[in-house]
Design a protein around this ligand. Structure first.
Ligand code: HEC
Length: 122
């Protein structure tokens, strides 16, 4: 194998490792989105994970298990509380008590994606 080919191979391996780490094996990371029926992760859930990490995990924790600043959302909690997840999305958009309003910061699609990630993955 030529030196340049070895370099490309090494780079591919390190990129693959980064992808695995980003998918969430370490502590304090949000769980990754599994591969769907089409052989790739659902892009809506991947987008929802990014929103959750960026905007929600500081208070609700990386795995949605809650912190002193925000309640637990994971393990079926949202579907227990909300028969219509649109109502959970409304809380996120409008805020409630110490929960900030995200309607001016995120699009309706981003909020919906975060709710899907929380209810389907966490
Ligand atoms: C600054 C901290 C903070 C951030 C950031 C935050 N939340 Fe919250 N969240 C809260 C608190 C506190 C509550 C409880 C509000 C209440 O008691 O009415 C809450 C409640 C909720 C609820 C309602 C839960 C229930 O049991 O009714 C949902 C859904 C929710 N948050 C989703 C999100 C999402 C999605 C994001 C990111 C877009 C987010 N939160 C970001 C603090 C936060």
């Amino acid at each position: 194998m030529a030196v340049s080919e070895a370099g490309i191979a090494l780079r591919s391996i390190s990129i693959a490792l980064c992808v695995v780490v980003a998918a969430g094996c370490g502590p304090g990371t949000s769980p990754g989105v599994g591969v769907g029926p089409g052989g790739t992760p659902d892009p809506g859930l991947v987008a929802g994970r990014a929103v959750f990490i960026d905007r929600c995990s500081s208070c609700h924790d990386a795995d949605g298990s809650g912190t002193a600043d925000g309640p637990r959302l994971n393990q079926g909690r949202l579907v227990q509380v909300y028969s219509d997840l649109g109502d959970a999305a409304a809380v996120v958009a409008e805020g409630r008590d110490r929960m900030p309003a995200f309607g001016g910061l995120l699009t309706a699609g981003e909020i919906e994606a975060a709710i899907r990630y929380i209810s389907e993955v966490l």
